[in-house]
Design a protein around this ligand. Structure first.
Ligand code: NOJ
Length: 451
């Protein structure tokens, strides 16, 4: 028998990492002067989060970061994507800086570097200071203006050691899904014009973040948005279905990617908005469309599309029994990691793409005799990574991959029931146990190929 043929190698210097976010792992919700965030408030309302969970303690990473970084190092990680909590730095969103919050991340970043980890810092991963929500939240220009000062402050404070900045994480999740639906904080349903305005304000915040990195980031500083673009997989990989899937991609991602890459809202988007168009001030698009250095994509799942009757692009509804992880939305669609980055590169000409998140969440990751055999996660990730390397070999410029997540954590409305970690966390004892997938990922990173 022949040995199995090795899977193709990823490029030399490919960035392998893992990701997490402040509100999901830190806990210490009111420690050292931290202000309340919209997620702290939202979680307190009965019925919003499964089992009444809150982010108040989470993985207690706030106090355990050195131990967690040591573990990451043992697991072979060299790059770590984390976020800074805005309400730790500005408890009221703007105004007085909280020196203890600033000092905390100084120490955390030093510790990261001392453990041989390169930080990739997300400036905003959904934890808006509640005080700003009380002044209008993302509906109002108050937020991008306050964000500008926050971005200036953190880039000035940490820019000597942090060189990779992610401006915002998943704009949809704190705009349309947070002000147009009830599943994300603050979970208020506003009319479409207000929802579209929240997206515009998020785009302005992205622009301020890019400006802050250019002004204060120092040598070698790079930045980019992390977008959870809607991905469409062509049912067959024929030219006709590929063109149909690409047309669906374009239409679904216009609102966020066109202003950034093309400096304005596409006529097709404005038609979609109808009378609910966002209000735009002079200079907004110049700020929003300043060139960034890369695009981050969070890709977990996708829909399917094909050329339909009459030649028009047609989305195929995903059938109810389609395989998925335990999160309802997380369908097993490995080709998402091929077509997502490929369409982003083809449509917008992006030359540097990072997969800033990919992973899968399950409810049954349990530890027995010190081991967690999450074979389902290994198979899931393996199938996605094989599509990613196929994309790279077809010329798609993907430079790195961050697995979500290093630790089981506070999975927003799914609370602590839904586990995405490479490392199991016992939330009663805070004990960490690397899962089988963590060992597998360590070997993949070391070999630079799917094993
Ligand atoms: C995307 C979000 O950025 C992250 O916070 C979340 O936990 C994962 N997806 C999994 O749902």
């Amino acid at each position: 028998m022949h040995a199995a043929k090795a899977s193709p190698a990823f490029p030399a210097r490919f960035v392998w990492g893992a990701a997490a976010a402040a509100a999901q792992i830190e806990g210490a919700a009111r420690v050292d002067g931290k202000g309340e965030s919209v997620w702290d408030r939202y979680a307190r309302k009965h019925g919003n989060i499964l089992h009444g969970d809150t982010p108040a303690v989470a993985c207690d990473h706030y106090h355990r970061y050195a131990e967690d970084f040591a573990l990451m190092r043992r697991l072979g990680l060299k790059h770590y994507r984390l976020s800074i909590s805005w309400p730790r730095i500005f408890p009221a969103g703007d105004g007085a800086v909280n020196q203890r919050g600033l000092d905390y991340y100084q120490a955390l970043i030093d510790s990261l570097l001392a453990h041989g980890l390169t930080p990739w810092v997300t400036m905003f991963h959904w934890d808006l200071p509640q005080a700003l929500e009380d002044r209008g939240g993302w509906r109002s220009r108050v937020v991008p203006e306050a964000f500008a000062t926050y971005a200036d402050t953190i880039v000035r404070a940490y820019g000597d050691r942090v060189k990779n900045w992610i401006t915002l994480n998943e704009i949809r999740c704190f705009t349309s899904m947070a002000y147009g639906a009830t599943g994300k904080a603050p979970g208020v349903i506003e009319p479409p014009a207000v929802v579209n305005q929240t997206i515009h304000h998020a785009l302005l915040a992205h622009g301020h973040a890019v400006r802050a990195v250019r002004e204060h980031g120092g040598r070698g500083a790079r930045c980019g948005l992390t977008d959870n673009c809607d991905v469409f997989i062509p049912v067959t990989e024929s030219a006709a279905d590929v063109a149909a899937a690409q047309a669906c991609f374009v239409r679904a991602n216009l609102a966020i990617l066109d202003p950034i890459y093309r400096g304005g809202y596409a006529p097709a988007y404005l038609r979609q908005c109808g009378s609910a168009r966002p209000r735009v001030a002079r200079g907004d698009f110049a700020l929003i469309s300043q060139p960034a250095d890369f695009l981050g994509l969070n890709i977990y799942s996708a829909q399917f599309a094909r050329r339909g009757a009459g030649g028009r692009p047609e989305k195929i509804p995903t059938p109810p029994h389609y395989p998925r992880a335990d999160s309802e939305w997380l369908k097993h669609t490995p080709r998402a990691l091929y077509w997502g980055p490929r369409f982003a590169a083809e449509v917008y000409g992006e030359k540097n793409i990072y997969i800033t998140e990919n992973g899968c969440g399950y409810d049954d990751d349990t530890v027995t005799r010190g081991e967690c055999h999450d074979l389902h996660r290994v198979e899931f990730l393996r199938s996605y990574l094989r599509e990613l390397v196929r994309a790279i070999r077809d010329g798609v410029p993907v430079r790195g991959y961050f697995l979500w997540s290093i630790l089981d954590n506070f999975e927003w409305t799914d609370g602590y029931a839904r586990r995405f970690g490479l490392v199991h966390v016992d939330f009663k004892t805070q004990r960490r146990t690397p899962k089988l997938s963590a060992r597998w990922y360590r070997d993949v990173m070391a070999a630079n190929r799917v094993l």
